[in-house]
Design a protein around this ligand. Structure first.
Ligand SMILES: Cc1cc2nc3c(=O)[nH]c(=O)nc-3n(C[C@H](O)[C@H](O)[C@H](O)COP(=O)(O)OP(=O)(O)OC[C@H]3O[C@@H](n4cnc5c(N)ncnc54)[C@H](O)[C@@H]3O)c2cc1C
Length: 415
């Protein structure tokens, strides 16, 4: 049994991994990264989509994404240079449709989400962490009838896999959320969705881990070293070398880059999303809202409104042009003109860690006997984070991935 574990990555998956490893009395070094803002989680919406964890082909499948890409004024984008430099990933993606919607894949994703919520609820209830979590549902708003019909068809196809939802006419949407100032709309309400403030979650987890005695190193690593089939150390940005018995890679989309130092190809590419934070005093929304045609989410928590959109495949060093934020602001002002002139207190971008088959990677490396992975949760890394961390700790302790998660094994990518 390895006693020393180094967890690389300060996002929610790394944070929960460090937490659960410490709970089973491992000696944990947590490389939490230089800045919390570098985590995708910092920019995320914070939805815990218990009812929506089913991967709808509209969002995950090739056809659905091509359709989004071809739309004018679309929040889905693909950098041409990025497409060519990651051609292998895209080829794998185009061939992975079966795995995306396989029964094992859906079951594993659903379990990750449901069990994460259980773990988080326990921590929230005992007041060990606080992230303004509430179960207010999610109101999806549509202005295009055809688009809504297509979406409903996908929901029907996924019957039994997704949670409850209700159809709302224009008046019912406004009754539910009186701040909406747009007519001729339709809505779908998902009552089982939770939402939280992801920045508060991260700060809370950082504090919790410190209290639990996790050694936290707020720096980046530049690579890993190996000898034969063992990882032998990591080198920090300041050239300091640190060693451990085992290593868990949980550095989000950066895993692809970091694993190159081991001659491994972890197929996790960045799916960028952009976010604005507004003070909640400008508008008190009663429910989290999604503007479906624009892929814009507006999530109220006690003191902020978090607004996110875009799914943009582009390089690690991509910097979002101003027009991305303008797109978000215009979409929001269309339904909530009250927000038009309210200045955001933050504009950030985050890199969702995306695998070609839309399933996360958790488990032991087949190439290095003391290397483990917990990554690739793409759009669902907050809602699956606690269970990802628990499973990673379990695999490091027992050397074996639980049967119900075997579809998530790194072996499917030969790593
Ligand atoms: C706009 C947007 C909206 C989203 N909405 C939701 C949502 O509603 N619900 C949901 O569940 N998910 C959502 N997501 C996805 C979610 O944020 C990610 O899936 C999740 O953050 C992944 O967690 P992670 O810990 O694997 O990676 P990250 O959160 O990306 O964290 C990676 C960590 O690795 C660290 N790191 C990187 N490089 C190094 C290095 N060289 N050395 C050391 N550390 C390093 C970083 O500093 C960071 O701390 C959204 C994402 C975005 C961008």
């Amino acid at each position: 049994m390895p006693e020393n574990v180094m967890v690389i990555g300060g996002g929610p998956v790394g944070a929960f991994s460090a937490y659960f490893l410490k709970k089973i009395h491992m000696d944990v070094k947590w490389i939490a990264g230089k800045s919390m803002q570098n985590a995708a989680a910092w920019s995320s919406a914070g939805l815990l989509g218990v009812g929506l964890s089913f991967p709808l082909p509209e969002y995950e499948g090739l056809r659905g994404n091509v359709k989004w890409l071809l739309k004018r004024d679309s929040p889905v984008k693909l950098g041409v240079g990025f497409l060519f430099s990651n051609a292998g990933w895209f080829l794998n993606y185009s061939r992975s449709r079966d795995r995306i919607i396989s029964k094992e894949g859906i079951n594993a994703q659903t379990l990750l989400t449901v069990r994460t919520l259980d773990s988080m609820n326990e921590l929230f209830q005992s007041k060990v962490i606080d992230a303004d979590c509430s179960k207010n549902g999610l109101l999806q708003l549509f202005s295009d009838n055809h688009f809504m019909e297509e979406h409903l068809k996908q929901l029907k196809d996924a019957e039994g896999q997704i949670g409850k939802y209700d159809l709302l006419d224009s008046q019912a949407c406004k009754d539910m959320e009186p701040s909406i100032e747009r007519n001729n709309i339709m809505g779908i309400f998902y009552p089982e969705e939770y939402s939280l403030n992801p920045q508060k979650l991260m700060m809370s987890l950082r504090k919790l881990n410190e209290e639990e005695g996790v050694e936290t190193i707020e720096n980046d690593i530049v690579g890993l070293e190996s000898s034969g089939n063992k990882v032998t150390g990591t080198v920090l940005d300041n050239e300091e070398r640190i060693v451990s018995g085992s290593y868990l890679l949980a550095a989000g989309s950066k895993n692809q880059h970091l694993s190159r130092s081991l001659n491994l190809h972890v197929p996790v590419v960045p799916g960028w999303g952009h976010a604005e934070v507004l003070s909640s005093s400008g508008l008190k929304l009663k429910v989290p809202v999604e503007l479906a045609e624009k892929g814009v989410y507006i999530i109220p928590t006690s003191d902020i409104l978090k607004i996110t959109s875009f799914f943009e495949f582009n390089g690690e060093n991509f910097k979002a042009p101003q027009n991305r934020f303008q797109f978000i602001e215009n979409a929001v002002a269309d339904y909530f003109p009250q927000l038009k002139h309210l200045p955001p207190s933050q504009k950030t971008s985050g890199k969702r860690p995306c695998t070609p088959d839309s399933l996360p990677i958790v488990g032991k490396s087949g190439k290095f006997e003391n290397l483990f992975f917990a990554t690739g949760n793409c759009r669902q890394g907050i809602m699956q984070s606690a269970e990802m961390g628990r499973v990673a700790a379990d695999v490091i302790l027992n050397g074996k991935l639980p049967e119900e998660y075997s579809v998530l094994s790194p072996s499917r990518f030969g790593i």
